[in-house]
Design a protein around this ligand. Structure first.
Ligand SMILES: Nc1nc2c(ncn2[C@@H]2O[C@H](COP(=O)(O)OP(=O)(O)O)[C@@H](O)[C@H]2O)c(=O)[nH]1
Ligand SMILES: [Mg+2]
Length: 569
């Protein structure tokens, strides 16, 4: 961070990181997302509020931020140090007044523009006590020499979230933390969380043990010092300010703050001492960037991995649905129940089956005879087949949807997406209609196949004897029986049904052609089913859209952080 060009290189490296952090999105609600999002916001703020302005103007006045617990006496302390009421002490809690930045008149130009804290607009003039969110009040004072400014921050433990957030943001903008606490509050958890962060980053910290009863100093001061040592802040100076009666202006008598005031004046007046503090805090902040970015890299990867997991749950469920449909088409399922009953009705009684066993020509004649006088098979048998195929497709779509929803509920990030899209728990609303159309289309294709195959006059005449619709139905039956998986009793029922139909078809088309047509019919139905399921799946992928961070986000963040590390080295 020494030479001028070195600083320029660093500024542009940090600017690149800032751009990457700014555009980082963590859209999937996995556990830990909220914390990572807060860390991201804080990082952008610190880069804007502190690191970039400090890198760009290393000679700007040192900013000491006065922070601490509610009612610790921060505002009273600032007013007392500058000898004027620049910041309203709060009697009523929570106070919502804007932070006050006190600077020397000669330093005005460093603070009137948006060089630091660009997210806060500047207000000047007397503090009216009116709450003014998003502002910082500028006050001038020549009580301290130029080169140092004091900022009175809101309570770090305010019950108002916005106040707490702003307090943290302002402390991250400090070259020096003036941490104000009291005998009652110094062991609280909140200040120590912040102090630990300061310790980790190497931020310069001074502690003010304020409003302390005279007789408690001996007991508390060593305890506080040992806590500071334990938390990695062994060199932080401790200033004790006694609880005394305030003067009529509500300020502390000079004697109460003589040590603290002298220390601040000495620091403000010594350019070298100031630059040591500034460099220490700046280096700490810059060095912390790679670790803080790594946290965002990890969060980004975690989101990407979670999205991949959610996507593969969808794939798994619909692959399973595809397999079940394929199995259902060949394991005889479709030839049981209603279809079998209608088929038997169609071909006649058991007597008929016995006779079929004689010769092909004889049973063909009988079959022809059986059809005559019976209702056309395309009605009842065709309906039963349609219903069976439709049920197979609908049931497995439903299973896939509910299985995916179940997986998503247990996978990280899945439940919130489901809450957003409650319709995903079931198959899509219009599925029934779609399936009906699909089955009709498929039947149409099967009939076309029969017509195309029966091109020769001889074949055509044979088809005509049964009708295209009947032959088409026979072909469907054969297609659903020939997965090669029909064994034992299955052959007796389902297979038996199909054998009869198959013999008719073979007599017309020849056995090879029947096998081919049956395979093609199955293949087409499965293909059409896949198209249908693709639409069902797409609902899940669409729901995930916008929930995945950009694919290169993690790498870009990591690259930006490593460029800074290269410059620092
Ligand atoms: N008697 C007495 N009152 C104090 C002292 N310091 C602060 N107060 C009062 O305590 C209340 C809170 O002080 P303030 O400076 O607003 O605390 P802040 O919330 O940390 O800014 C105000 O009413 C102050 O007047 C002190 O040393 N002695
Ligand atoms: Mg205050």
């Amino acid at each position: 961070m020494g030479g001028h060009s070195g600083a320029d290189v660093m500024v542009s490296a940090v600017e690149s990181l800032r751009a990457e952090v700014e555009r980082t999105t963590l859209p999937l609600e996995v556990p830990g997302r909220a914390a990572a999002e807060i860390a991201r916001g804080q990082l952008v703020h610190q880069l804007d509020d502190y690191v970039l302005p400090r890198l760009r103007s290393i000679d700007a006045p040192l900013l000491a931020v006065v922070g601490g617990s509610t009612g610790a006496g921060k505002s009273t302390l600032v007013n007392s140090v500058v000898g004027a009421t620049v910041s309203r002490p709060g009697v009523l809690r929570p106070t919502t007044t804007s932070p006050v930045l006190v600077h020397h008149p000669e330093d005005r130009h460093w603070f009137t523009d948006s060089r630091i804290l660009p997210s806060l607009s500047r207000v000047t003039g007397a503090d009216t006590g009116e709450p003014a969110a998003g502002t910082v009040r500028l006050a001038e004072s020549d009580a301290l020499p130029p080169g140092m400014a004091l900022l009175d921050a809101p309570d770090i433990d305010s019950v108002v979230t916005a106040n707490r957030t702003l307090a943290t943001q302002l402390l991250s903008a400090a070259d020096l933390w003036l941490f104000v606490t009291t005998a009652a509050r110094y062991a609280d958890a909140v200040p120590w969380d912040l102090l630990r962060t300061a310790a980790e980053r190497g931020t310069a910290v001074a502690i003010v043990l304020d409003r302390i009863p005279e007789d408690a100093v001996e007991e508390i001061r060593p305890h506080l010092a040992s806590m500071l040592r334990e938390q990695g802040l062994p060199t932080a100076p401790i200033f004790t300010v006694p609880e005394v009666e305030l003067d009529p202006d509500g300020r502390l008598p000079a004697a109460a703050i003589d040590r603290l005031g002298a220390w601040l004046r000495a620091l403000a007046g010594d350019a070298r001492a100031r630059s040591i503090v500034v460099e220490q805090t700046l280096r700490g902040a810059v060095d912390s960037l790679s670790g803080r970015t790594a946290q965002l890299v990890a969060a980004s990867r975690e989101q990407q991995d979670a999205v991949v997991e959610l996507e593969s749950a969808v794939t798994e469920a619909y692959d399973e649905a595809h397999r079940r449909v394929a199995d259902g088409m060949t394991d005889g399922t479709l030839l049981r129940g209603e279809v079998l009953a209608r088929w038997q009705e169609f071909v006649g009684t058991g007597e008929f089956f016995k006779q079929v066993e004689t010769t092909v020509s004889r049973w063909r004649d009988r079959l022809t005879a059986a059809i005559k006088g019976a209702p056309p098979p395309s009605e009842s048998l065709g309906e039963a087949l349609q219903t069976g195929v439709a049920a197979l497709l609908v049931a497995n779509a439903q299973t896939a949807a509910s299985q995916t929803a179940r997986s998503w509920r247990r996978l990280p990030g899945g439940a919130p997406v489901l809450t957003e899209h409650p319709e995903l728990g079931t198959s899509s609303e219009g599925l029934g209609g779609q399936v009906e159309r699909l089955v009709r289309d498929w039947q149409g294709e099967v009939l076309d196949m029969v017509r195309t195959e029966g091109q020769s006059r001889r074949t055509n005449a044979r088809i005509a004897a049964y009708g295209v619709n009947a032959i088409g139905l026979f072909l469907m039956l054969v297609a659903f029986a020939h997965g090669g998986s029909l064994v034992g009793a299955e052959v007796g029922i389902a297979g038996g049904t199909a054998v009869l139909a198959q013999r008719v078809l073979e007599a017309i088309f020849g056995d090879q052609a029947v096998r081919d047509m049956a395979a093609k019919a199955r293949h087409r139905l499965l293909e059409m089913g896949d198209d249908l399921y693709a639409g069902e799946r797409a609902r899940f992928t669409a729901a995930l859209e916008g929930h995945a961070p950009a694919g290169d986000q993690a790498d870009r963040l990591a690259d930006a952080a490593s460029r800074i590390a290269t410059v620092t080295r």
